[in-house]
Design a protein around this ligand. Structure first.
Ligand SMILES: NC(=O)C1=CN([C@@H]2O[C@H](COP(=O)(O)OP(=O)(O)OC[C@H]3O[C@@H](n4cnc5c(N)ncnc54)[C@H](OP(=O)(O)O)[C@@H]3O)[C@@H](O)[C@H]2O)[C@@H](O)CC1
Ligand SMILES: Nc1ncnc2c1ncn2[C@@H]1O[C@H](COP(=O)(O)OP(=O)(O)O)[C@@H](O)[C@H]1O
Length: 280
């Protein structure tokens, strides 16, 4: 049930001579708001550092400016993408009607979508190429809206409730926590428990959404069973990056920030692709 480095290595590949920026995957991000522009920066940074070939960002002017300050590589505005990340740093209560309409269009499109934070209220049952990424509070709200009962905090209860939510929603569920559960509508689930508790820090979830977006965009798929394994690989890279960031502070690790976790994603990717023998 525990997702491993070897599982991740079966999904995350290093680019070869035949690759270009498009074949490596373009991630589109509609995240951030005037209240939370930093969430946009964190997700964009994570998508780049997890291996996207290109990141397109759409959001308010201030968030655009901050994104470009941190990552001038980012392309502003819409265009063709292989996967979307939406909702991080947005608030359903204060979202503009234009934002809501744009989110609905993205959710209805063919490309896979990572649905985080302030877009979770738009998730309705159906058959979707979505990866929804609630923390415990957001999962409780989502379940209440879907008419599902309250559940407990024990690991087996969390796994069972994530599977139930995935089945009713028709989408992959990434239930975040010290142990993160990834569940898909077909009944498969896995757990990632290697993250250090230092990862419990503001913005870590925004980084996770960007990292999953990059892994999904690398080989996009609408099949929830495949999508779930790509999401699990993204969760593993994020947890491993947090271990690298915290582990640089001996002997038991030390406080890390979300941006540092994003910065350590390349170390996690390098460890994964380096674990696979090179084809001669
Ligand atoms: N730098 C930036 O721009 C940052 C921007 N950010 C953005 O901020 C937005 C709001 O996100 P948010 O998670 O802070 O608030 P929200 O989802 O409304 O939760 C409300 C209630 O839910 C509960 N609860 C919360 N977490 C829980 C947990 N882990 N486990 C269990 N319960 C939990 C808790 O209620 P309690 O259980 O304590 O009664 C809490 O009061 C979002 O868009 C995000 O992307 C952040 O990422 C930070 C960095
Ligand atoms: N005790 C913990 N140990 C390890 N990882 C944790 C712990 N608590 C939370 N996390 C991880 O930290 C991240 C927090 O995400 P989230 O709750 O969305 O925060 P934010 O909204 O501030 O970004 C998730 O990836 C979650 O799995």
């Amino acid at each position: 049930m525990e997702w491993t480095l070897a599982d991740t290595a079966a999904i995350v590949r290093s680019p070869d001579a035949s690759d270009d920026k498009y074949s490596r995957g373009v991630v589109g991000m509609r995240t951030g708001s005037d209240a939370y522009p930093g969430a946009a920066v964190l997700g964009v940074e994570a998508a780049w550092r997890a291996g996207a070939g290109m990141v397109r960002y759409v959001g308010p002017r201030r968030a655009e400016e901050l994104v470009l300050q941190r990552r001038p590589e980012t392309v502003l505005g819409t265009g063709r993408v292989q996967a979307w990340v939406v909702g991080s740093g947005m608030d359903a209560a204060t979202r503009t009607p234009e934002d809501t309409e744009a989110l609905r269009r993205i959710l209805a499109a063919d490309e896979p979508v990572v649905v985080d934070a302030g877009a979770l209220d738009l998730a309705e049952p159906g058959a979707h190429a979505w990866v929804v990424t609630p923390h415990a509070g957001e999962h409780a709200r989502l379940r209440a809206r879907l008419g599902l009962p309250e559940t407990g905090e024990a690991d087996d209860e969390r796994a069972a409730s994530a599977l139930e939510t995935a089945s009713v929603l028709g989408a992959v569920v990434v239930l975040k926590g010290a142990v993160t559960i990834v569940a898909e509508p077909g009944g498969w689930a896995t757990a990632i428990s290697i993250a250090p508790p230092w990862l419990a820090t503001a913005g870590a979830g925004d980084v996770l959404a960007g990292a999953i977006g990059a892994v999904v965009a690398g080989t996009p798929t609408a099949d929830p069973a495949v999508l779930a394994r790509r999401a699990a690989a993204g969760v593993w890279l994020h947890a491993q990056a947090a271990s690298v960031a915290a582990g640089a502070l001996p002997p038991r690790g030390g406080p890390i920030t979300a941006l540092e976790v994003a910065s350590c994603l390349p170390h996690a990717v390098a460890q994964v692709v380096g674990s696979v023998p090179r084809a001669e």
